[in-house]
Design a protein around this ligand. Sequence first.
Ligand SMILES: [Zn+2]
Ligand SMILES: [Zn+2]
Length: 336
Amino acid sequence: MHNDPVVRKYTSAGRTTVYKLPVEAFPNHITNCYLVMTDPVTLIDAASGQESSNASLLDCFARLRAEFGETVALADVKRLILTHGHIDHFGGLHFVVEQSGAEIGIHELDMSVVRFFNERLVVSSKNLQIFLERAGLTQEKTGKLLAMNKWSKDLFRARPVDFTFDEGPLPNSPFGLYHAPGHCPGQVCIQLDDILFTADHVLSHITPNQSPEFIVRYTGLGHYIAALKKIKTIPGINIGLGGHEHAIDDVAGRVDASIAFHEGRLEKTLNLCGEPRTVAEVSLELFGERKGYHVLLAFLETGAHMEYLHERGHLAVVNVEEVDEQPNPVLQYQKQ
Ligand SMILES: [Zn+2]
Ligand SMILES: [Zn+2]
């Protein structure tokens, strides 16, 4: 991740001021929240809600007042829009609401992450368990990765949201919303004049982590690539402001680069399956030996690519008799 720790000011073509607040959501993990000086004052994303993250958010407000001569404080925020249901973006919403009384909105497909946080984590963990067993992992390793996946379970208290949205203009605001699933089911990119807040969908340097749709609906590489193509067609965008990293001068160019990156990885994945291969075997070839949480990320990324190829008939499961006979066998994929 290429963090940019500087508070920055942008002005949209319609003369609306935007401040980038680089909040240290977790150690060395900066989430860019954006303060938009609309009426009502709008904050896009709330970082993680960890004590240090909340302190960092307040510090960003202090810096913007000192550096840009503003008087605005967190207490002035009256609307909080969450770009997607990942803890480094929505976890701070309790703190923002306590400080400001802001109304909270999120896409309808990610609302349940906030409202039924524990339920969604537990249910998706069951799907993850089945995925890891089919991927060819031992029970012991599967248990370890499942425990890691639940690292965020104590970080957030579920609560209702005030409004949800899908796509199109957000009422009583200058914002246009574009649903961009794949990295997260209910992720949105938000247009303000010539600015596109790209969330984690398009970032300046990296491409966001992918995960198979088998585990959570509306994730997966198919949705992600389709949503990249959709975002590229939005007219009149001069700058992209992502949920992490630096501003993006050429959003369409970054979209093309992100698609090309995944096409390259798809080709590599397919070529590794000349012989029958499991997700675990392909993941090891693609990413080598990873440690800790990165093992899980590598499996999910590999699984998303193999799922995409399998759904489109480029890979087939070749141990069908075994699959037919056993409750949840390891799947062997081969290039077709
Ligand atoms: Zn994310
Ligand atoms: Zn993120």
